[in-house]
Design a protein around this ligand. Structure first.
Ligand SMILES: Cc1cc2nc3c(=O)[nH]c(=O)nc-3n(C[C@H](O)[C@H](O)[C@H](O)COP(=O)(O)OP(=O)(O)OC[C@H]3O[C@@H](n4cnc5c(N)ncnc54)[C@H](O)[C@@H]3O)c2cc1C
Length: 400
């Protein structure tokens, strides 16, 4: 990813919208937020959350705007936006779309699955899949984790054995976002266990074919409107043309994908945090106790001020990473720092909102308790906070 890397900070910003960094109410973010709030109906969200129900109609509505294709080249049906623009759009979606499960699923398909295809897929793989993903027709998933291979991803037990027809995949992938409704998944399997991570390869696995089961949704704490399940493989035949990259390049593909995933995918959560803060400010003015607005109590106003500071700090990290990534730099360190700061900030902001709202914040019908449940998953997926600290420390050359 270091190709043609710019040498100075000025070069990094050239051609990118620096106002994304400076303006927390950037017009593009605002435009997408307004659209989402007007067109993504949240009236039945409490019921859909309780039922763990994914709303395909709303997914299609998002796709019809072209948002899913934001970071995809025009050659494959996208709009070819730079990653700063894509991040602004996702932040706006997170603000306007109260269904955090939907917003997170959109970001995952864009910045993980479509990113893998755009960056590492063959021309035939891109042509056959990207336009149909951008249009909303196909849903994609990314399957690396296994029950016994979580943080230690490359200790995976899933195997891919080469034969004359291609590769036979066997094993079980767990906790796959969008897995239960995916048409196709990027699946990591070892083609050569003797060499550990250097023997891992990435494959396209298609639902509905012999030898693979995409399980039904697993019940979970938050992001309940975004289904999560397992993928069981039992001698599944992946053709040679379903291999992504070279045999043994899976670890490199995985690591490269962690950059947009950890660095930018949390933009939707950032948007949700902004919305929660705005709602807390409103409550500080309208909710009265002891004959005065609760915002007049310093305990409340300082809490909301801290929420704002956490949000803005997390936002600055996100757009700095977006600018560096958009300019072609490798951002392993920045992405880990961003993921750590944003996920922890969003969880803390959502929890503080419960304190601001009191009992209203605790009841399902008002939605604040759902924001807390939705935020907590971010502390785990894309690598836990501990794993981000390990990455940061290692890149600071601290002995591991
Ligand atoms: C909502 C959600 C969506 C997900 N979506 C996907 C997906 O689409 N695709 C996919 O492949 N996976 C997905 N995952 C799985 C996710 O990536 C893993 O859960 C995550 O990497 C952690 O692995 P684990 O759950 O096995 O925890 P473990 O690795 O067992 O960790 C348990 C604890 O030990 C700590 N720990 C482990 N190793 C170390 C270490 N070396 N140093 C310090 N602490 C350590 C962890 O920080 C944690 O506190 C998803 C998970 C969730 C919750």
């Amino acid at each position: 990813m270091e190709t043609d890397a710019p040498q100075s900070v000025v070069d990094v910003a050239e051609g990118l919208d620096v106002s994304a960094l400076l303006d927390i109410n950037h017009p593009l973010k605002q435009e997408v937020a307004d659209w989402a709030s007007d067109h993504l109906d949240a009236a039945d969200l409490v019921q859909r959350d309780a039922a763990s129900s994914f709303d395909r109609t709303q997914w299609d509505r998002v796709a019809a705007t072209g948002l899913l294709g934001s970071a995809v080249s025009r050659d494959y049906g996208g709009t070819g936006d730079d990653l700063v623009t894509t991040t602004l759009k996702l932040e706006g979606l997170g603000y306007g779309c109260r269904d955090n499960g939907l917003a997170t699923a959109v970001a995952a398909q864009m910045l993980i699955v479509q990113h893998v295809l755009s960056s590492f897929g063959t021309e035939a793989q891109r042509r056959s899949l990207l336009p149909r993903m951008v249009s909303g027709e196909l849903i994609g998933a990314f399957a690396a984790t296994e029950q016994d291979a979580g943080s230690d991803t490359f200790s995976m037990a899933t195997r891919a054995e080469a034969d004359e027809d291609g590769y036979r995949l066997s094993g079980r992938k767990s906790y796959v976002t969008l897995g239960p409704i995916a048409d196709v998944a990027v699946v990591f399997a070892s083609t050569n266990p003797d060499v550990g991570r250097w023997g891992v390869s990435a494959f396209l696995v298609r639902a509905g074919r012999p030898g693979v089961t995409f399980t039904t949704s697993r019940d979970k704490m938050g992001l309940r409107t975004s289904p999560l399940g397992d993928i069981e493989l039992d001698g599944y035949l992946a053709g040679a043309d379903d291999l992504i990259g070279q045999p043994g390049s899976g670890a490199s593909i995985f690591s490269a994908t962690m950059e947009p995933e950890r660095g930018l995918m949390f933009a939707t959560q950032l948007g949700a945090a902004h919305r929660i803060i705005d709602e807390s400010v409103t409550a500080s003015k309208t909710r009265e106790q002891y004959g005065q607005p609760i915002g007049t109590f310093q305990a409340v106003s300082h809490r909301i001020a801290e929420m704002r500071v956490m949000f803005e700090s997390a936002r600055l990290q996100t757009y700095r990473t977006a600018m560096l990534l958009a300019s072609g730099r490798s951002v392993t360190l920045e992405a880990a720092m961003t993921k750590l700061v944003v996920s922890e900030a969003v969880a803390a902001i959502a929890l503080d909102a419960v304190r601001v709202f009191g009992a209203v914040g605790y009841l399902s019908e008002y939605g604040i308790e759902r924001e807390v449940r939705d935020a907590l998953g971010g502390l785990v997926y894309s690598g836990t906070s501990d794993i981000q600290r390990n990455v940061i420390a290692a890149l600071m050359e601290i002995p591991q």
